[in-house]
Design a protein around this ligand. Structure first.
Ligand code: TYD
Ligand code: MG
Length: 453
């Protein structure tokens, strides 16, 4: 047997290095380098050759704009950027139990009735288990081709004989090939299986969706090692137990990576949330201090979310800063600006921050709402119920305009809000301003005077 070159992959970021180290040179994570044999050359299961390499014009041949297949699940299509692109590979990541298999099976059913055979491969569940689940999801799932298989080469062979237009692999961590060392789920196996399926996709034009389990501690060879290889990376998130699920694009070669889709898990599978803003605000209490509503742009859609804060006297030495849905460093900065701008001190206060519905606020437009919620909790005074708060907070306490103001305000007005607090420097608030009382604020200090009921 020829000596195989060994490589090391970081299970966190997928970085490839020639020798082992305790710390990943790329992402600085500790103890994440795992050994994997470099792909053996010339030994690649069923071989697929796309033909001799010959250049072609961009508008012609394989490089011409490719066709997309709508999955029939509107929220999924939105996040995909319009549907599955022929010949592409999509990675669907998420924690176990979040609903990845359910989403795929539902998509498979919708796709089968629309665009021919869909092959659903499960390495985790038996045909009986999947059939049982399929029954709950409705009659459309009956025509989905099912294969219980963990050998990636066998999957490719089955695909070659059935020629499905779409292949769903549940999950990539259960797949293995014989000519690579290690058990299923190890980095080398995961990468090699994905590479073979990708080669199949590229040469036949079938779209492949790979499910990848993500664990919180990253102990398992995570799908992160695949992020570089695939065309689209989607993450399915949601707290287990809570019924809402958020589907988010982390990378998309064929569309925006900003879009999110919202689902509710029901007894009959995942159902798209028709009015996300309304749902996210549905359990709002009328008069509790420590909450402020803002409008965040998730891709092209404005979404109303509630930011909640709790300030409480710390019982231990250094005060805690716990934040869910807002970057912890951003929170630290906003607290410092708040102290300077309003005189309220947080040196002996624990500050907890949460965004309802599991939404992550990645944009600075939510700054002012975060500050308002914190101030509201610190002062014990609720924010007026009919008010939305929008604005970026600068280091000197100045308020900066937010992009897409008119669309955000239109969404707030649609949901019955009557008042908006926006930065002084903001652009024209648009026609919906007629339905809202718009108050312009010069700096963070002004919020204390106008926000509270
Ligand atoms: P599953 O799709 O198996 O999650 P994953 O593939 O990401 O591990 O399903 C997750 C949970 O959803 C499971 O605990 C059962 C529940 N569920 C429903 O509530 N309704 C349904 O119709 C189905 C199929 C599952
Ligand atoms: Mg599953």
């Amino acid at each position: 047997m020829p000596a195989t070159r060994t490589l090391f992959f970081c299970t966190e970021c997928g970085n490839e290095s020639a020798r082992w180290a305790g710390q990943c040179p790329a992402c600085q994570a500790w103890n994440t380098l795992a050994q994997a044999p470099a792909p053996a050359r010339g030994k690649r299961g069923p071989t697929l050759r796309a033909g001799a390499a010959a250049p072609a014009r961009l508008g012609e041949g394989p490089s011409a704009p490719r066709s997309r297949r709508r999955t029939g699940i509107a929220e999924l299509d939105l996040v995909l950027g319009g549907g599955l692109v022929a010949g592409s590979v999509v990675l669907l990541g998420g924690e176990p139990g979040v609903g990845k298999s359910t989403l795929l099976l539902q998509a498979a059913a919708a796709l089968t009735s629309d665009s021919g055979p869909v092959l659903y491969v499960s390495g985790e569940e038996s045909a009986e288990q999947v059939a049982l689940r399929a029954e709950r999801l409705g009659p459309g799932t009956r025509d989905v081709l099912f294969l219980a298989e963990t050998d990636a080469d066998a999957v490719v062979a089955a695909a070659l004989s059935e020629s499905p237009s779409i292949i769903l692999i549940d999950s990539i961590q259960t797949m293995r090939v014989d000519d690579v060392d290690g058990t299923a789920g190890n980095v080398g196996q995961v990468r090699e299986c994905a590479a073979r399926l990708q080669r199949y996709a590229k040469s036949t034009g079938a779209a492949v969706v790979l499910v990848g389990h993500v664990t919180k501690d990253g102990a398992v060879a995570g799908p992160r090692t695949l992020e570089h290889m695939v065309d689209v990376v989607l993450y399915f998130e949601g707290t287990r137990g809570a019924e809402h699920r958020i589907l988010r694009a982390a990378k998309n070669r064929f569309g925006s990576a900003q879009e999110v889709g919202l689902f509710t898990m029901t007894g009959a599978g995942l159902v798209a949330v028709e009015d996300p803003s309304e749902v996210l605000l549905s359990n709002r209490s009328r008069s509790a201090p420590g909450a402020a509503v803002t409008v965040t742009m998730e891709g092209t859609r404005p979404l109303l979310v509630e930011v909640q804060a709790l300030c409480a006297e710390s019982t231990f030495g250094s005060p805690q800063r716990v934040s869910t849905g807002v970057d912890a460093r951003r929170l630290a900065m906003l607290l410092a600006v708040l102290e300077k701008g309003t005189g309220v001190t947080f040196g002996r206060q624990d500050v907890f921050l949460n965004v309802t519905g599991g939404v992550r606020l990645g944009e600075t437009a939510a700054d002012l709402a975060v500050c308002t919620a914190i101030l509201s909790s610190a002062r014990g005074r609720p924010v007026a119920h009919d008010t939305v708060v929008l604005g970026e907070v600068g280091l000197t306490g100045e308020l900066r305009p937010v992009p897409g103001l008119a669309r955000r305000l239109a969404e707030a007005a649609r949901l019955g809000f009557e008042r908006a607090l926006i930065p002084d420097a903001a652009e024209d608030p648009g026609p919906s301003a007629d339905r809202l009382r718009v108050t312009r604020l010069p700096d963070i200090g002004a919020i204390a005077e106008v926000a509270f009921a």
